[in-house]
Ligand binder design. Structure first.
Ligand code: SF4
Length: 393
């Protein structure tokens, strides 16, 4: 069997893939070719990894969409079923189990069954910002996706009427910020992305546009010069982009280049990781992920506790796990830039789950604070009216 080799840690495996006649290196660079040739059959998958019996069972049992770009598939370890990339790509037989997940989770999470009447494209949890869902296609169909009803199972069918959504946004002056999301909005053609940005910038009350896209990680080839032109013109309404990278092995030189290309056209790039059992819930993986993100200029923004979507319990950790990992591997242990906020996203908004070990004691005069080495110090407890507290030691 001719097989695409797992790449060395940094360099994408274009050179290795050259020997494989299905993809030549020119095709591999073409993001649309990559999308047309997603790895989404058992036969294709076997060209990348030695599929185990259990993985084959997972694939045969699933009725949900699965698949990934050939580039991201090439990052899998062909011989290790525990490979963190592989576990995000290959359906598991455990997806048929459901203990903690909620049916129709997305409808609940996005408050679609209640409150105000909104177009299908608009999800809302906050007063001044909304999520604008413009597509249900992705570069990878992540096995842990909380939007699985929309993009993986496709049981939730939305009407992607972009103009209707734009009109609604225009008629809601309380909005300041729009998150353009999906699916993956960067899969839209350049002209459509340009149209959405232009129309949003014409709305006087919109002060910021955000994109949520996993493509810088799973298809960095999408950051073309054409897309840079669309995103990169100076405008007082800035564009921020948050991607999703869950393990250091997802980061390559190709990722670093794509992030640089985004930054050089004025797009700030952040990361929203998902905490997952067996993928990044050990100290080494968690620390490496956040260190490597800032090495390629991505600012860690959030680590999400896995949401209660159905069929993803096999990735679930105890809630405390993320706070413990931040306490034990990031805060005080590595750069202050590598510190994400640990949160759970809910139907009433994001709720912080950060560690609180640092306040050991509090009395009327002072707080006693503890650092990552267990050392303590004090801070005066200053009242609102400015009453004197203890002297800081
Ligand atoms: S890229 Fe995002 S929306 Fe698409 S499957 Fe993965 S987590 Fe879900």
């Amino acid at each position: 069997m001719e097989k695409i080799q797992h790449q060395t840690k940094i360099k994408p495996s274009i050179e290795q893939i050259k020997g494989y006649n299905y993809i030549n290196s020119n095709d591999f660079e073409d993001w649309q070719y990559q999308m047309r040739n997603q790895v989404d059959t058992l036969e294709d998958l076997k060209k990348y990894i030695n599929v185990t019996t259990e993985e084959e069972e997972g694939i045969n049992n699933t009725t949900a969409k699965w698949g990934t770009t050939p580039y991201f598939a090439s990052l899998m370890d062909p011989d290790n079923p525990q490979c963190p990339i592989r576990k995000q790509i290959v359906p598991s037989k455990h997806e048929q189990e459901n203990r903690y997940g909620m049916e129709n989770y997305l409808v609940f999470k996005e408050n679609r069954a209640e409150d105000e009447d909104r177009p299908d494209t608009i999800a809302r949890q906050y007063e001044d910002r909304i999520a604008f869902t413009v597509v249900n296609k992705c570069g990878i169909y992540c096995r842990h996706c909380f939007r699985k009803e929309l993009v993986v199972d496709e049981s939730l069918q939305l009407r992607f009427d972009v103009d209707e959504g734009l009109e609604w946004i225009k008629n809601h002056p309380e909005l300041r910020e729009v998150l353009v999301t999906g699916g993956d909005p960067l899969l839209l053609p350049d002209e459509q992305i340009e149209y959405i940005i232009r129309r949003l910038r014409e709305i006087p009350h919109i002060e910021m546009i955000r994109f949520g896209s996993r493509l810088p990680i799973v298809l960095p080839h999408r950051i073309t010069s054409g897309l840079q032109k669309v995103l990169g013109r100076y405008h007082k309404v800035p564009i921020w982009l948050n991607t999703q990278c869950n393990h250091a092995s997802e980061i390559t030189e190709r990722t670093a280049q794509a992030v640089w290309d985004l930054l050089t056209c004025g797009i700030n790039v952040g990361n929203q990781a998902v905490l997952m059992k067996g993928i990044n819930d050990d100290k080494k993986s968690f620390q490496e992920l956040h260190q490597k993100l800032i090495n390629i200029r991505i600012r860690p923004y959030y680590v999400f506790y896995l949401e209660p979507a159905p069929g993803i319990d096999h990735f679930r950790t105890p809630v405390e796990k993320g706070a413990e990992l931040i306490r034990d591997t990031l805060r005080g242990h590595t750069s202050g830039l590598a510190q994400p906020m640990y949160v759970i996203a809910t139907n009433i908004g994001k709720i912080p789950l950060m560690p609180d070990y640092y306040i050991v004691d509090k009395d009327t005069e002072k707080y006693t604070l503890r650092n990552h080495r267990g050392e303590t110090t004090t801070l005066p407890n200053v009242s609102e009216d400015g009453a004197e507290g203890a002297i800081l030691h």
